[in-house]
Ligand binder design. Structure first.
Ligand code: MTE
Length: 367
C-alpha cells in the first residue's frame, strides 16, 4: 500500500491532500482507548509549518499586566508539567450524514472519523496566564497559530478563542508531547493548545501567540467559520454575526463496528463504538437498538468516566438473518439526550451533528 504522508497509517483515510485532512477507518479507531498517533485524525486549514524548536518563541500579550515571551526551554523549566488524556473532535465530525439529508457544498464530507483520543503532556494555560497577570476587562483568550491560510483574498494566521472561565479551568494544556513523544509536525510541533470538551478548532496548533481580550477572537475561524445557524439559513441569506459561536462539543455517539460492508454471520454480534459529551460533562449511558430504535440494549462502557474524554462502548446483539438497522444514542451526566435524526439540527456549514447514529447491516447465510 502507498505510504501515507505525515507518518500516517497505510489505512488512514485522506479526505484532502492540501491542506492535509483525514482520519482513521472506524474499525481501527475503536481498537484502542488511546489512538496511536499514526491513526489520530488531522484537520488543517493551511500548509504544515516547519518550526525550528531552538528559535521558537511563544508570546503572551493583550490584557495582561506583563506581556511575556518564552522559549520552549523557558516554558518547560518555569511551569510544572502535566499529563492528561483528552479527546479532540472536529465540529465537522459526521458531516456526511448531514450532507445525505441536503448538500453542504465546500465543506469536508467527514464520516465519523474526525475524532481521536491521546495522552498529552504539557503545561497549564492557567499557570501561564497567572504568570502574565490578568488586566481589567479580560474575558476571552485568543490563540494564534504560525500557519497561514487564505480566505476571500486575504492571508492570515489560523486562530480562535475560548472564554476566560474555560481558559482558567486548569484543564486546558499547552501541550508539547502526544502519546509520549514530541508533537508530530502535523499535530502542532512544537506547542499546541489542547482544550478538552471544546470543539477541536480552538485547540490551536503551532501556537505563536496567546492574546487576552475583552471579546472573542476576530479571526475568520471565530468570527465567520465555526458558527451554528438554524436549518433555514443558507449561504444566500446568512447574517454571520447572528450565528452562535461554537465552543463546547455537543453530545455524540457512533457505531464503529461492524461496518455496513462486513456482513457478520447470524447469532451473537459484538457492536463497538464511541461516545463523547461536551464541556465538563461525561457519558452516563449508551444504548443500542437493532430494530431502528423501537427497543434498546444497554451498552457496556469501557475506560474511565471523566469529562472531556471519549467513552468506548460495546454490546452483544443476537441477530437473525436479514437486514437490520443498528442505532446508537447516549445520555450525558447533565441528562442531555441526542435528537433521533438530523432534521432539527441540519445547518448549512455542517457542524455539530449530534443525531442518533444509524448503521445498516445485513446478516447473510454463512457458507
Ligand atoms: N491550529 C492551527 N494552527 N491550524 C489549523 O488549521 N485546525 C483546528 C485545530 N487547530 C487548526 C488548528 C481544527 S479545526 C481541529 S479539529 C484540530 O486542530 C485538529 O487537530 P489535529 O490535526 O491534531 O487532529
Amino acid at each position: 500500500m502507498a505510504d501515507k504522508p505525515f507518518g500516517k497509517h497505510p489505512d488512514f483515510i485522506v479526505r484532502e491532500m492540501s491542506p492535509f485532512n483525514g482520519g482513521p477507518p472506524l474499525n481501527l479507531l475503536v481498537e484502542n482507548q488511546l489512538t496511536p498517533t499514526e491513526l489520530f485524525f488531522s484537520r488543517n486549514h493551511g500548509d504544515i509549518p516547519e518550526v525550528d524548536a531552538a528559535s521558537y518563541r511563544l508570546e503572551v500579550s493583550g490584557l495582561v499586566e506583563q506581556p511575556l515571551t518564552f522559549s520552549l526551554a523557558e516554558l518547560t523549566s518555569r511551569f510544572p508539567s502535566v499529563d492528561a488524556a483528552a479527546t479532540l473532535q472536529c465540529a465537522g465530525n459526521r458531516r456526511q450524514e448531514l450532507i445525505d439529508r441536503k448538500p453542504i457544498p465546500n465543506e469536508l464530507p467527514w464520516g465519523a472519523e474526525a475524532i481521536s483520543h491521546a495522552a498529552w503532556r504539557g503545561l497549564r494555560l492557567s499557570d501561564v496566564l497567572a504568570a502574565a497577570g490578568l488586566a481589567q476587562g479580560a474575558a476571552h483568550v485568543e490563540f494564534i497559530g504560525l500557519d497561514e491560510t487564505e480566505r476571500h483574498g486575504e492571508r492570515f494566521n489560523f486562530g480562535g478563542s475560548i472564554p476566560l472561565k474555560d481558559a482558567l479551568s486548569g484543564e486546558v494544556l499547552l501541550a508539547y508531547e502526544m502519546n509520549a513523544a514530541p508533537l508530530e509536525p502535523v499535530h502542532g510541533f512544537p506547542l499546541r493548545v489542547v482544550a478538552p470538551g471544546i470543539i477541536g478548532a480552538r485547540s490551536v496548533k503551532w501556537l505563536k501567540e496567546i492574546r487576552v481580550q475583552p471579546e472573542p477572537s476576530h479571526n475568520y475561524f471565530q468570527r465567520v467559520a465555526y458558527r451554528l445557524f438554524p436549518p433555514d439559513v443558507d449561504s444566500q441569506n446568512v447574517v454571520w454575526e447572528q450565528g452562535m459561536m461554537l465552543n463546547e462539543n455537543s453530545l455524540t455517539s457512533v457505531i464503529c463496528t461492524p461496518a455496513e460492508s462486513e456482513n457478520p454471520p447470524a447469532g451473537a454480534v459484538t457492536v463497538r463504538g464511541y461516545a463523547l459529551a461536551g464541556g465538563e460533562r461525561s457519558i452516563a449511558r449508551v444504548e443500542l437498538s437493532a430494530d431502528g430504535g423501537r427497543s434498546w440494549t444497554q451498552c457496556e462502557l469501557l475506560g474511565e468516566d471523566a469529562p472531556g474524554i471519549w467513552r468506548l462502548w460495546q454490546a452483544q446483539l443476537d441477530l437473525a438473518l436479514g437486514e437490520h438497522e443498528l442505532v446508537v444514542r447516549a445520555v450525558d451526566s447533565a441528562a442531555n439526550a441526542q435528537p433521533p435524526d438530523v432534521e432539527q439540527i441540519w445547518n448549512f456549514k455542517g457542524y455539530m451533528n449530534s443525531a442518533w447514529h444509524r448503521q445498516k447491516i445485513e446478516i447473510k447465510q454463512s457458507d
